[in-house]
Design a protein around this ligand. Structure first.
Ligand SMILES: Nc1ncnc2c1ncn2[C@@H]1O[C@H](COP(=O)(O)OP(=O)(O)OP(=O)(O)O)[C@@H](O)[C@H]1O
Ligand SMILES: Cc1ncc(CO)c(N)n1
Length: 268
């Protein structure tokens, strides 16, 4: 495998294995990209919520980034949880040197409702990191924060996706409507046109880490040179299968099933 595609995630941890760095690396592996990770914060969390957070010193984050960037290729990268403004500043300085697609999951709160980033950092993320992205993947709540508008319909989602590109400078915006309607509809504006991705809505409480898994799948496909709308289409299929076969583990919202495509293939 001389032409292996390398994908990097910069995010927080989840010892219960369903979200954060762990979801990202499992997804990269399942989708056949070589996974690499830089840890921002160590998060004691599980399917029921977040118990404790330890932020790594900024020098250690920079040091991890230097270790990866001085030695290995990066064909696409993503950011997830970046807890505060200072951390965002040092990460920004390093990622501007990477010449590869950038997927931002603008993580603000966990599925459990626990806050994962400092309130002030949300504005920094919008003003300074967002313009660097190839694609940003907000859920409704995150898109409402970025645009300052309420989102209640598909047409509101389209307006938000447009605004996030034109007004806030993202390369493309994928607004996820998982929580909005009977179908799970996501809207992508790629700077040229609106694309709509629809899947059945799966009635399950096991949705811990869906956002991480989805953005990691987009990153994996972009690392393989697959162009944007197609990468999102394939990632949407992957996350839908992962939710459909979600694992009833833990006492709260169980994790998505990163093996899911193999289970579907095995049945065919
Ligand atoms: N119950 C569901 N059935 C089918 N698809 C879903 C369901 N819930 C979410 N999705 C889809 O999963 C993907 C992830 O979106 P979601 O809105 O859950 O992300 P998120 O809120 O960022 O996740 P997280 O809780 O990990 O932060 C989207 O494509 C969304 O449409
Ligand atoms: C570390 C981390 N990033 C993102 C999420 C959002 O699901 C989470 N629960 N934990």
């Amino acid at each position: 495998m001389n032409n292996v595609s390398c994908a990097l995630t910069i995010a927080g941890t989840d010892p219960s294995g369903g979200a954060g760095i762990h979801a990202d690396l499992k997804t990269f592996q399942e989708l056949k990209s070589y996974g690499m990770s830089v840890i921002t914060s160590v998060v004691a969390q599980n399917t029921t919520g977040v118990q404790e957070i330890l932020h790594l010193p900024n020098e250690m984050i920079v040091s991890q980034l230097d270790s990866v960037l001085s030695d290995l290729p990066v064909h696409a990268f993503k950011t997830g949880m970046i807890a505060n403004t200072e951390m965002m500043e040092v990460i920004l300085e390093k990622i501007t040197t990477i010449n590869a697609p950038y997927v931002m999951d603008p993580v603000m709160v966990a599925t459990s409702g626990d806050a994962l980033i400092h309130v002030d950092a949300r504005s920094y993320l919008r003003e300074h990191l967002l313009p660097l992205t190839t694609i940003v993947t907000p859920n409704i709540q995150e898109a409402e924060f970025i645009t300052g508008n309420t989102i209640e319909s598909l047409s509101d989602m389209q307006d938000a996706a447009n605004q996030i590109v034109y007004k806030h400078g993202a390369g493309a915006a994928l607004v996820k409507g998982g929580h909005l309607r009977e179908e799970a509809v996501d809207i992508l504006y790629d700077g040229n046109k609106i694309h709509t991705f629809t899947s059945e809505r799966i009635h399950t409480k096991n949705t811990h880490g869906t956002g991480c898994t989805y953005s990691a799948a987009i990153t994996a496909y972009l690392s393989q040179g697959i162009p944007l709308p197609k990468a999102v289409d394939k990632a949407k299929r992957y996350v839908t299968a992962a939710i459909k076969h979600a694992l009833p583990l833990g006492k709260g919202n169980g994790p998505t099933n990163h093996f899911a495509p193999r289970m579907d293939e095995a049945r065919q």
